[in-house]
Design a protein around this ligand. Structure first.
Ligand code: GLC
Length: 630
């Protein structure tokens, strides 16, 4: 094998232009230690490996040659963990819902900058399947922007405009599956065996049943099962999500080669962060749940090395909505860790915060925070309140059963609470994919609706409005003061509510997640500085808090965090270092906190209220305080 490695190294070196060769070879020699062992472990047994990898390395070199000078400069400027700053705040939006097209987004860069955003996640914008396409998560061409949203030129223009404002663009890399009208799927349906091998085609109904016996279901109601019968293939194709999303066969080295190059082409258009969609599902093995398998981590490790060689400023972000014990491995677990994704969604913390709010218990979040390992150096959690998906409850099954160091709680009840099905519930959400309200799967709804804000506005009840507003701010107060990069979901800064219009849309009406994918309200957004309504007030508060966060380095993602529940008050206390305390009252009644207690010291300034604290501190129902030691 060493002679092979030398031959491959030489192939790569020869294909590099003189201008980039020295630096690229330094990176290659460093990353090769992660790349080659991962690729060999995944593919060495495959007879196609040596030939595929040889051609691929030449293409990899060509992608480095083609990297625009502005992006090469960015690569040079980026040190490990460059995002580990307290002013790093993200924003997530659909292109069409936010601003129509990529050019429209470019015209709104100033809005994001003024809010304090440093990282923009635009949901899938590549050429998508015609017809139903899971909000763009069924890609038919990874090399081209969806014509309805613009062109590759528009994308390069947008990324340049964002960079000029210090904002990094994050794009989805939908690598678990392609659309069934992708060129590979079309070729597979026309009988190309080469392309059938890009997917998991199974001819034997018995084998399908054996796989199904141990597989979970992502969409048990709208897309039950994990396989779809395709007559043109004379068998079944693996479809973890919708039947038109065909899972790629990552055990085929050609899939690795093609997909990694597709990622680099987008990086060369200025994408700086890749959200690795459905990261947990990439590898399949009979008799397992086919999630989080070791080979899936090897694929991520190899992709990370590829990015580090060809576009070293680029970050990978794991979207693995899995129980907490699985999450840290997405940062990498070999050596000192840190060799897989730089970022990972903390889905357990997000779900725990919502569960804590419904049950009025601070200990659920405290237990998740206490057990969350600190990511390896150069890595960080993504903290978020809402996203385009449902709030998935199953990630908390372990905690709900009482194994997380807190008392058990009932997830089905929590899901019913957010569906407004529980007496006294203020929430206006809906259950997602739940088989009856007895089996919690997920909950849909915009944050402002789930906290009851729009119901309170409709009823004209000022006290309920105030409580709902505090609940929304508690969620974001925790997100912005936690250990990680906080991500705002489009519209939450204006307290936008649910969008019921999807029920009339022919393709969307059966997909409840569209409830929380409203169009941006630019009338409200453009008036925030002059307005005096709830949207303007929420915007002003969040913008102020983002500014406070930026001014306090103790809130940087990797800065230390300790969390506990104050024994006397059921208040969640989050300490960032020695001099910063964030306090959250998860209950609907006033709590008091003795600031003279040894843990808290006695001289604190309340950043959010802008005044010195008196002890005992009175914390209003659902109140949030950020204190700095004086
Ligand atoms: C991810 C996306 C989700 C999509 C699924 C299939 O989980 O967040 O919206 O349905 O992948 O691509």
């Amino acid at each position: 094998m060493p002679s092979n490695v030398n031959r491959l190294r030489q192939l790569f070196a020869d294909a590099l232009s003189a201008e980039v060769r020295d630096r690229a070879m330094l990176r290659f020699d460093h990353e090769e230690l992660a790349l080659m062992p991962s690729l060999r472990a995944l593919y060495a047994a495959d007879v196609r490996f040596v030939e595929v990898i040889g051609k691929w390395l030449i293409a990899l070199a060509q992608s480095i040659n083609a990297r625009p000078p502005a992006l090469r400069l960015l690569d040079e400027q980026r040190a490990s963990g460059w995002f580990d700053r307290s002013d790093m705040v993200g924003y997530c939006a659909y292109v069409d819902r936010f601003a129509g097209t990529l050019a429209g987004v470019e015209r709104r860069v100033g809005y994001l900058r003024d809010l304090g955003v440093r990282y923009l996640h635009l949901l899938p914008f590549l050429h998508t399947r015609s017809g139903d396409n899971d909000g763009g998560f069924a890609v038919r061409d990874y090399g081209e922007v969806d014509p309805a949203l613009g062109s590759n030129t528009d994308l390069a223009s947008l990324t340049a405009a964002l960079r000029a404002q210090g904002i990094s663009l994050c794009a989805d890399f939908v690598l678990n599956h392609t659309a069934d009208d992708h060129a590979w799927a079309i070729a597979a349906k026309s009988g190309s065996v080469t392309h059938q091998d890009y997917y998991h085609r199974i001819a034997d109904a018995g084998l399908v049943a054996r796989y199904e016996a141990t597989l979970p279901e992502v969409f048990p109601v709208s897309a039950p099962g994990n396989f779809t019968r395709v007559d043109a293939l004379d068998g079944w194709v693996w479809t973890t999500f919708y039947p038109y999303q065909w899972d790629l066969n990552w055990s085929n080295p050609k899939v690795f080669a093609e997909m990694s190059l597709a990622m680099l082409r987008l990086a060369n258009l200025g994408v700086e962060v890749f959200r690795i969609d459905s990261a947990a599902y990439l590898w399949k093995r009979l008799g397992t749940a086919c999630t989080n398998l070791p080979e899936c981590h090897l694929v991520l490790r190899a992709l990370r090395a590829v990015a580090a060689i060809a576009a070293p400023g680029v970050l990978l972000k794991a979207e693995a909505i899995m129980p907490m014990r699985e999450l840290p491995r997405y940062f990498g677990s070999g050596g000192r860790g840190g060799e897989e994704c730089h970022l990972a969604y903390h889905s357990s913390l997000m779900a725990a915060t919502w569960a804590g709010l419904a049950t009025q218990r601070a200990d659920i979040v405290a237990s998740v925070l206490t057990r969350s390992p600190r990511p390896p150096s150069g890595c960080a959690w993504i903290n978020y309140v809402r996203c385009h998906d449902d709030i998935g409850w199953q990630v908390l099954a372990h905690e709900a059963a009482g194994h997380g160091g807190c008392a058990p709680f009932d997830l089905d009840w929590v899901a019913r609470f957010y569906a407004g099905e529980v007496a006294g519930s203020y929430a206006q959400g809906e259950a997602f994919q739940s088989q009856g309200l007895e089996h919690a799967h997920g909950s849909n709804g915009m944050a402002a609706s789930l906290v009851g804000l729009h119901r309170a506005i409709a009823s004209g009840d000022a006290e309920q409005q105030q409580l709902a507003r505090r609940r929304l701010l508690l969620l974001y107060g925790l997100c912005l003061s936690g250990a990680g990069v906080p991500l705002l979901y489009m519209g939450d800064e204006l307290a936008l509510g649910n969008d019921e219009s999807f029920r009339l849309h022919p393709q969307r009406r059966l997909e409840g997640r569209w409830l929380h994918r409203p169009a941006m309200d630019w009338v409200l957004a453009d008036a925030v500085d002059a307005g005096d309504g709830i949207a303007a007030a929420t915007h002003a508060t969040l913008r102020r808090w983002i500014g406070l966060r930026a001014a306090h380095p103790e809130l940087a993602p990797s800065a230390p965090l300790r969390a506990w529940t104050d024994p006397g008050s059921a208040v969640l206390v989050v300490a960032r270092g020695e001099n910063f305390l964030a306090l959250f009252n998860f209950t609907d009644h006033v709590q008091t906190l003795d600031l003279r207690a040894p843990d808290h010291g006695d001289a604190w300034f309340d950043l959010l209220a802008g005044c010195r604290c008196l002890s005992p501190l009175r914390i209003e129902p659902y109140g949030t305080h950020w204190l700095v030691r004086q």
